[in-house]
Design a protein around this ligand. Structure first.
Ligand SMILES: *[C@@H]1O[C@H](CO)[C@@H](O)[C@H](O)[C@H]1NC(C)=O
Length: 312
């Protein structure tokens, strides 16, 4: 989903490039890999943003976290709509191709079923430049998103262009109801509401096995995507079995962004994006709602030289 962001011009150099190697079982730790466990009051890799009354707490006690500690992103009651009004984390530096993963639990609004709240885990970069000269700003973005009113469904989206003034854009997206296994759509879009159905190598796999007990707001699950030049693969671990499930294995070169980006997670109020059949799910939260992150991991691609971190 579109977002407007402030870009900070503070100069953070390579000193921020502290490698935090995780305790997770990673088959082979590649140079340039890191994992943030959110078990310290001062995470080395990330900027924590908490506009208005929102809050972002690292090192928050959480018995469901693997190490008992998590990042808590608290969206305040009555928050104004838009990602700029909710808590957000972003890496201090940008990176490109690799595997991005997290163990995450989305904001739970079961006490307010018509709340309009997005939890997003994604990479993003848009500084307004238009290197491909198509009249739309280049927008590097690969998303996992969930609506709290529909916690059984995951929205996967990849953007290459977005123009703020009229919301014209280029993106591909797939929505999957994981409880039923129904792929609700796989489309290429140039506007909100538009849909050109994808087929062939842009629409694989054509089915995803149901996870009957899946509820993204009831418990943690591991989600990830691998971003390469020609292919982006979104996957998750079935929380009931631990098995890796491929959600979308997308190939389509010209629709894959190729600019370095920030690695982010956020929680925000949407007053316009609703699940199918739930047009009333646009309410601001009437009590604080928290998304939680147990850990956040980045691994560069095997065999590709580690790209130096780009400070800003
Ligand atoms: C984490 O929080 C605890 C309090 O719950 C505090 O005592 C500890 O110093 C914090 N750890 C780090 C590494 O910041």
């Amino acid at each position: 989903m579109r977002r407007k962001r402030l870009f900070f011009s503070i100069g953070i150099g390579l000193g921020a490039a502290v490698m935090v190697l995780g305790t997770q079982a990673v088959a082979r730790v590649l140079p340039g890999s890191w994992q943030e466990n959110w078990d310290s009051d001062s995470p080395a890799q990330f900027l924590l943003l908490a506009p208005g009354d929102s809050e972002a707490h690292s090192n928050s006690s959480d018995p469901q976290a693997e190490d008992g500690k998590a990042l808590e992103l608290v969206l305040a009651a009555g928050s104004a709509a838009g990602p700029g009004n909710g808590p957000e984390i972003e890496t201090l530096s940008t990176r490109e191709y690799g595997t991005y993963s997290t163990r995450l639990k989305i904001a739970d609004c079961s006490a307010q079923p018509n709340a309009g709240v997005v939890t997003g885990y994604f990479i993003y970069f848009n500084d307004g430049s238009d290197a491909d000269g198509d009249g739309l700003a280049d927008n590097t973005e690969i998303d996992f998103e969930w609506l709290c009113a529909e916690p059984q469904t995951v929205y996967l989206t990849m953007w290459t262009d977005y123009r703020d003034s009229d919301e014209a854009h280029q993106r591909v997206g797939r929505a999957i109801n994981l409880q039923s296994g129904e792929i609700e759509y796989s489309c290429y879009f140039e506007a909100f509401g538009d849909c050109q159905r994808l087929s062939g190598i842009e629409n694989q796999p054509e089915s995803v096995a149901a996870m009957p007990t899946y509820d993204s707001s009831a418990g943690y699950a591991v989600y990830g995507f691998q971003w390469t030049r020609r292919r982006v693969t979104w996957w998750m671990e079935n929380p009931a079995t631990g098995q890796r499930v491929i959600l979308w294995d997308y190939q389509g070169l010209e629709r894959i962004p190729d600019h370095v980006a920030y690695f982010m997670t956020n929680v925000w109020h949407t007053a316009t994006w609703t699940p199918p059949g739930l047009p009333g799910a646009v309410e601001a939260p009437n009590a604080p709602l928290s998304g939680r992150v147990d850990w956040t991991r980045f691994e560069p691609l095997p065999g590709i030289a580690f790209l130096p971190l780009v400070g800003r």
